[in-house]
Design a protein around this ligand. Structure first.
Ligand SMILES: C[S@@+](CC[C@H](N)C(=O)[O-])C[C@H]1O[C@@H](n2cnc3c(N)ncnc32)[C@H](O)[C@@H]1O
Length: 294
């Protein structure tokens, strides 16, 4: 059977992973999510967990597709409504199964003219080596991109990564990643540092799972994932709103993820949706581009 590692070796030998970097003994959030979003990178251990998770939370595949659609909407909105051309995709995940990784959307929309340098920068960060190897394959086909293997709760290392940006506004994408960091203090501290560092005019786009609509099934989902060694922490609308502290929301504001898409304007009965929002750092906030490293 051809594995993801084989595919990468064929397309970009320099990005080939060492087999010991990839865990096939434990499910990962990246492969699980790829499976729900219609991808084919999941191993048996991920697919088994996906089946158990779907038995208690039948909306998971719908929710993954809805969130992926939101990601494209968010990037398009940022490109259309702002001058931002620098993107930092934290917990970027495996490229979408429909062949439209966000880097491709950004690069196509900001195509430079002949002989001009790229007008955008896209930096993808993830702590999963399999994800980073995949992203490097896509990123190598464009320029202005970087893929960084990093745990985003390591604030010092993350702030080092931010040095690649040039002082102009940046869009930080945190799509379906913060719920995989159960430590509330770590999430609050990460977001405080990001908000402080960002230059005025920067954007923060967050999609986050919640238990608000289906508290009982979501509690069973959390227990199912925990039994498989995956920490999962859905957060309430108020907790997610706090992550944008001091930023100004673009319309429609922090809303259920499905409601960003007019053709999915209603929540299917018995389903749960996360919340999604894009907000801009106002000009009167802290100056940005510097933050104390502790
Ligand atoms: C559910 S996937 C979402 C992927 C992508 N953002 C999307 O919306 O399609 C979560 C991703 O976050 C990554 N992740 C989880 N915790 C992380 C951490 N502490 N540091 C970096 N990446 C993390 C996982 O490896 C995974 O690729």
């Amino acid at each position: 059977m051809t594995t993801a590692a084989d595919n990468i070796r064929e397309r970009r030998p320099e990005n080939a992973m060492h087999i010991h970097d990839i865990s096939m003994q434990a499910a990962t959030s990246a492969r699980l999510y790829d499976h729900f979003a219609g991808g084919c990178e999941a191993y048996a251990i991920d697919r088994d967990l996906a089946a158990r998770a779907t038995a208690v939370a039948p909306w998971l595949s719908w929710s993954a597709h809805t969130a992926r659609e939101y990601a494209h909407t968010a990037v398009s909105r940022i490109l259309d409504d702002t001058d931002i051309r620098q993107f930092l995709d934290l917990g970027c995940g495996l490229p979408a199964a429909d062949g439209r990784p966000l880097v491709e959307l950004v690069s196509k929309t900001t195509q430079p003219g002949p002989g001009r340098s790229p007008q955008y920068r896209y930096v993808a960060v993830d702590h999963d080596p399999m994800v980073i190897a995949h992203v490097k394959c896509w990123a190598a086909e464009t320029s202005g991109d970087a893929a960084v293997l990093l745990d985003i709760t390591n604030a010092n290392a993350l702030l080092d990564t931010l040095q690649v940006f040039d002082g102009r506004p940046v869009a930080v994408l945190l799509h379906q990643v913060l719920e995989w960091i159960p430590d509330d203090k770590a999430v609050a501290s990460l977001l405080a540092k990001i908000r402080e560092w960002l230059p005025a005019g920067s954007a923060l786009s967050i999609v986050h799972a919640t238990a608000d609509a289906q508290p009982e099934q979501t509690a069973q989902l959390v227990a199912t994932l925990a039994a498989a060694g995956l920490g999962f922490r859905p957060r309430s609308r108020e907790e997610i709103a706090d992550l944008f502290d001091g930023f100004t929301h673009l319309a429609p504001g922090l809303s259920e993820t499905y409601s960003w898409h007019s053709r999915r304007a209603t929540l299917p009965k018995g389903y749960s949706s996360g919340y999604a929002g894009i907000a801009i750092k106002p000009a009167d906030g802290p100056a940005g581009c510097s933050v104390d490293v502790v």
